[in-house]
Design a protein around this ligand. Structure first.
Ligand code: SAM
Length: 293
């Protein structure tokens, strides 16, 4: 079923290649159209049959699976094209989220288009959009860069080329490389706001927000944290300094379980303000609290 002009209409699933998004953590994010398409397909082309088998069993889907990835593409792609040319309904899924976004499938989509085979989208979750729309960073212009190169020199070169780019930058990164990558970003790029989105849509979803230098510190402290991460960097313009009220609020929260000195250090890191200024403000705040008690 699909909503058109506010009405639900029957979905007609025709032969061709269907690019079907699946959840990025929360199984309830699967769409009605995704389920109908996966059930009706003659074949589901997926990255890892063990991962997609879990989706199949969760939603009682019986469609057969075929593994397609960067390693076997040259052998498997012609087989898929043959089936498409025979008029089969084929769904492409990835392990999670939207196929082809930092996942295999681009060549298959391109080949189908070249052969004038219908290619259609069953849209749904993608970590990049879930992260961007909850980041609080500007969404009017953004650039998705996927995974940075793993070699340090290549990583630095890519980042340097982006330094003046006036848009929110979105990266994927593994838990293992997160801390090193955010440190490189802080070393190479001009100051800017940053957000790290962890475990989106899952039980331990969380967001780390602050300026890039503060987040480099935070990720080095949280090095043991596992999970999936999206890194978002705000555009390079000088960030508006937080208001006195915001700083007081942050200090009050930090003073709940920290000494005055530690609270001031933490808030200075999170806001990018000078530690001595934040410390003075914390002293004043504490004096006012004592006066009103
Ligand atoms: N095609 C997927 C999509 O549409 O989001 C992305 C696949 S890519 C191989 C996997 C990367 O996406 C992870 O390393 C992580 O950076 C990001 N990712 C996927 N799921 C996530 C989640 N639930 N929370 C945060 N990041 C996630």
């Amino acid at each position: 079923m699909a909503a058109i002009n506010g009405k639900l209409e029957s979905t007609i699933i025709v032969s061709g290649l269907h690019i079907v998004s699946t959840p990025i953590g929360n199984l309830a994010d699967i769409s009605l159209r995704a389920l109908a398409t996966l059930r009706t397909s003659d074949l589901i082309v997926c990255e890892d049959t063990r991962v997609t088998a879990k989706i199949k069993s969760a939603f009682a889907i019986t469609t057969p699976l075929l593994c397609y990835n960067d390693h076997n593409a040259s052998k498997i792609l012609p087989k898929i094209m043959e089936l498409l040319q025979k008029g089969k309904i084929i769904s492409l899924v990835s392990d999670a989220g939207t196929p082809t976004i930092s996942d295999p499938g681009y060549k298959l989509v391109n080949s189908a288009i070249q052969e004038r085979i219908l290619v259609t989208s069953v849209p749904g979750a993608s970590a990049m959009l879930a992260a961007l729309t909850t980041s609080g960073l500007p969404t009017d212009r953004f650039l998705f860069l996927g995974f940075l190169p793993t070699r340090e020199a290549a990583k630095q070169k890519t980042l340097k080329a982006l330094n003046e780019f006036r848009a929110t930058l979105i990266f994927y990164e593994s838990a293992k490389r997160l801390s090193a990558t955010v440190k490189t970003m802080a070393d190479v790029l001009n100051p800017r706001a940053a957000v790290i989105a962890r475990e989106l849509t899952k039980k331990y979803e969380e967001f780390w927000r602050g300026d890039l230098t503060a987040l480099a510190l935070k990720t080095s402290r949280e090095r043991e944290k596992k999970g999936e991460f999206v890194i978002l960097l705000g555009p390079p313009q000088a960030a508006e300094p937080p208001s006195n009220e915001t700083v007081n609020q942050m200090l009050l929260e930090a003073l709940g379980n920290k000494t005055l000195r530690d609270a001031a250090t933490l808030v200075a890191q999170e806001t990018g303000l000078k530690r001595s200024d934040v410390y003075r403000q914390a002293l004043k705040l504490k004096e006012n609290i004592i006066k009103t008690e």
